[in-house]
Design a protein around this ligand. Structure first.
Ligand code: VGL
Ligand code: ZN
Length: 211
């Protein structure tokens, strides 16, 4: 099966930032391995959108903000269960920068998310309160785009939540599995694939596009 990419289709590149790459504070194993593949895929798309995790230093998702809590423990917030993370992607720091190895000069939009101190935002579409929109759907709707193809980090958090919300917003969403890498904490990767399947998100490999 070869999937033909049309001029209306969009490549959504999720959170390819130094803190999620080897050496970063929330490094995703093998995160650097997918950069060349993302660059190759990018050449097949006329529309490229990037997301950037972008937190204030005292963000509620940081374990450092909660006495006695360690990274990867959870807490209950008004909007539900929150996984606590090492400090990461603090705005203005090197770890928050997008990888300089990305070769996507034609990318048209960078959507920043997670900048409200009291609300996390794995999804590129809406924050974890499920009410505060980022504007991504507004942008895509106004541009009258086609299908969304997702790549980046991390498969089981920001890629999955963006995929599920994209499907809920009415888009045909596909995750290109080998152009993602996962955190896989406490079964999160298997759960994410099951949730994405339930939401109607398709799962392919890059060869299905590149041949
Ligand atoms: C992410 C955890 C916390 C991600 C962002 O990009 O998947 N994960 N913030
Ligand atoms: Zn984050």
């Amino acid at each position: 099966m070869t999937i033909e990419i049309s001029p209306e289709d969009v490549l959504v590149v999720v959170d390819m930032q130094y803190d999620f790459l080897p050496g970063g504070s929330l490094a995703v194993a093998g995160g650097d391995e997918i950069v060349p593949l993302i660059n190759t895929l990018g050449r097949h798309f006329g529309n490229v959108v990037l997301t950037q995790d972008w937190h204030p230093a005292e963000h509620v998702s940081f374990a450092s903000q909660h006495d006695g809590k360690a990274p990867f423990e959870t807490i209950e917030l008004d909007y539900g269960t929150q996984v606590l993370w090492p400090d990461h992607c603090v705005w203005g720091t090197p770890g928050a920068e997008l990888s300089r190895e990305l070769a996507l000069p034609h990318a048209q939009l960078i959507i920043r998310k997670g900048y409200n101190r009291l609300i996390d935002s794995y999804s590129g579409f809406q924050e974890a309160d499920r009410q505060t929109l980022t504007g991504l759907a507004g942008y895509l709707n106004e541009r009258d785009v086609g299908r969304l193809f997702l790549v980046g980090l991390a498969t089981d958090f920001c890629v999955a939540w963006t995929a599920i919300d994209g499907a809920a917003a009415g888009y045909d969403v596909t995750v290109i599995e080998d152009a993602t890498r996962a955190i896989d904490n406490a079964g999160s990767l298997g759960q994410a694939w099951a949730d994405m399947a339930d939401a109607g998100v398709a799962r392919i490999m890059s060869k299905d596009i590149l041949g």
